[in-house]
Write a new protein. Structure first.
Length: 132
């Protein structure tokens, strides 16, 4: 088995890759595309290295700590507001129970005594049959 022509020093073990064959032409074309891509990449990286327009990071730490302090202050005020809301809800509940109990007590005191259904003559079964 003879080795195929080399591309930049690499010997290709493909016996069908002879100079002028379609496989050889495809390999050469692929190598050219890779070289072109690498050249473009090197140019892009070079221009990035040469640019001095990096964003100013001088006061980045101060900005971050300012946002952290602001978030902590918001959380503290939210906790205080939550306490006020719970206190208001508890006060409304206690007031409602107390006033409802007072209203029910007053209503029971003024209500007329009703007939008790414990007497055998007033039992519902007796009243329905017409015995009462």
């Amino acid at each position: 088995m003879t080795s195929a022509p080399s591309v930049q020093g690499l010997t290709l073990p493909c016996p069908r890759a002879r100079e002028g064959s379609p496989i050889w032409m495809r390999i050469v074309k692929g190598v050219q595309e890779v070289r072109r891509f690498m050249d473009t990449l090197e140019q892009a990286l070079g221009s990035l290295r040469a640019s001095t327009g990096a964003p100013a990071l001088d006061d980045l730490e101060d900005k971050v700590w300012s946002r952290v302090r602001h978030a902590r202050a918001d959380a503290a005020s939210e906790r205080q507001w939550r306490r006020a809301q719970v206190l208001a809800a508890c006060l409304a509940l206690v007031t409602g129970v107390a006033l409802g109990g007072a209203e029910a007590t007053a209503l029971m005191r003024t209500a007329q005594p009703s007939a008790s259904l414990t007497a055998p003559a007033l039992a519902p079964s007796q009243l329905l049959e017409g015995r009462g």
